[in-house]
Design a protein around this ligand. Structure first.
Ligand SMILES: Nc1nc2c(ncn2[C@@H]2O[C@H](COP(=O)(O)OP(=O)(O)OP(=O)(O)O)[C@@H](O)[C@H]2O)c(=O)[nH]1
Ligand SMILES: [Mg+2]
Length: 318
């Protein structure tokens, strides 16, 4: 049996191999993506973001266990902001994988967002496609919502959760990082700790403004704030109920379709831009003596505007 046939027969080893292949952007990986593309579009994507240590992994695991007990398949992508050389978080993930390995049909993959290869998380979107094509019903993407890469990842989710803890400053930092703008559901985790009700109140009053603003556009998503104790499995059922409500809300109001269209559009544009950049770089290397032109410009015999136009025309790019 070929690896692709094994992938189609839902062999997790084949899934893992294809994810690595796509992650490394190995030869012809775009052809593979184009081949599996017709098999995608069924998975629902949940983004899980929030400050470090707020309980995203614990919560992701609890949700995955819940889904698995309902015979739904789950793929988890943990985008890890730490360098692959520190190892700390990877150890944490290994422990996690052991805990979840007994849970049926849950697949976990960690990706370093700032790896030695310069931003592995660039391929997160592609890994989502692979999991989708494999037939996962739900894909949970965990990121520390700080960098632009993380925000881009969240942009590709259908429902986005932001996880806070009662520890001071979380909410304010999140507002600064723009998390309040992108989240659909707000989770106050570690509700067993002091300060949880204050935080819920604080978030609720902030969100009231957002709720009113959204209403004036005819949408009326409630932006719920849910109190959770992930480690004690408290609040998970309610959280899941809200995720399903949000799913229904965006599907019924055409938001889901609009989002997908926007994602496809930006994906096509990005692919074209990347390719043009590659082609341009190749052409500059092979047929444009840029060092010499720099000298000419410095000497006042040429200027950057005419030089770039001349290059594009000669390379038949315009
Ligand atoms: N008291 C309490 N501790 C919790 C709760 N949920 C998670 N924790 C603990 O908080 C710590 C961090 O949890 P993680 O799930 O690793 O948090 P995270 O957001 O994934 O962390 P990073 O991936 O490092 O950003 C762990 O020690 C958890 O056991 C909770 O409801 N109550
Ligand atoms: Mg984590």
């Amino acid at each position: 049996m070929t690896l692709f046939e094994r992938f189609q027969k839902k062999d997790p080893v084949a899934l893992s191999k294809f994810i690595t292949y796509v992650e490394n952007q190995s030869k012809d990986y775009e052809k593979f993506l184009s081949r599996i593309y017709p098999m995608t579009g069924k998975a629902y994507r949940i983004g899980m973001t929030g400050p470090p240590g707020s309980g995203k992994s614990t919560l992701t695991d609890k949700l995955a266990q819940k889904l698995s007990s309902q015979d739904r398949t789950v793929g988890i992508i943990a985008v890890d902001p730490t360098s692959p050389f520190t190892g700390g978080a990877l150890l944490g993930d290994r422990i996690r994988m052991q805990a979840l390995s007994s849970v049926k049909d849950v697949f976990i993959r960690s990706m370093a967002s700032r790896g030695s290869k310069g931003g592995l998380a660039k391929t997160t979107k592609e890994v989502i496609l692979v999991l989708d094509a494999f037939g996962k019903d739900y894909i949970i993407i965990e990121t520390v919502g700080v960098g632009q890469v993380d925000l881009d990842v969240v942009d590709n989710c259908d429902t986005t959760l932001v996880v806070f803890t009662p520890e001071s400053g979380d909410a304010i930092q999140a507002m600064k990082a723009g998390l309040m703008e992108i989240a659909d559901i707000f989770v106050v985790n570690k509700a067993d700790r002091e300060g949880a009700s204050n935080l819920i109140y604080e978030l609720d009053s902030f969100l009231d403004l957002k709720r009113k603003k959204d209403n004036s556009f005819g949408k009326c998503w409630e932006y719920p704030v849910i109190s959770v104790q992930a480690t004690h499995n408290i609040g998970i059922d309610l959280l899941w109920k809200k995720i399903e409500e949000h799913k229904k809300f965006i599907q019924d109001n055409g938001i889901f379709e609009k989002k997908r269209k926007a994602q496809i559009k930006s994906e096509i544009k990005k692919l074209i831009e990347n390719r043009i950049k590659e082609i341009t770089e190749e052409k500059v290397k092979e047929s444009f003596d840029i060092e010499n032109i720099v000298e000419e410009v410095l000497a006042g015999k040429d200027d950057p505007y005419s030089a770039s136009e001349r290059f594009l025309r000669e390379a038949k790019l315009i």
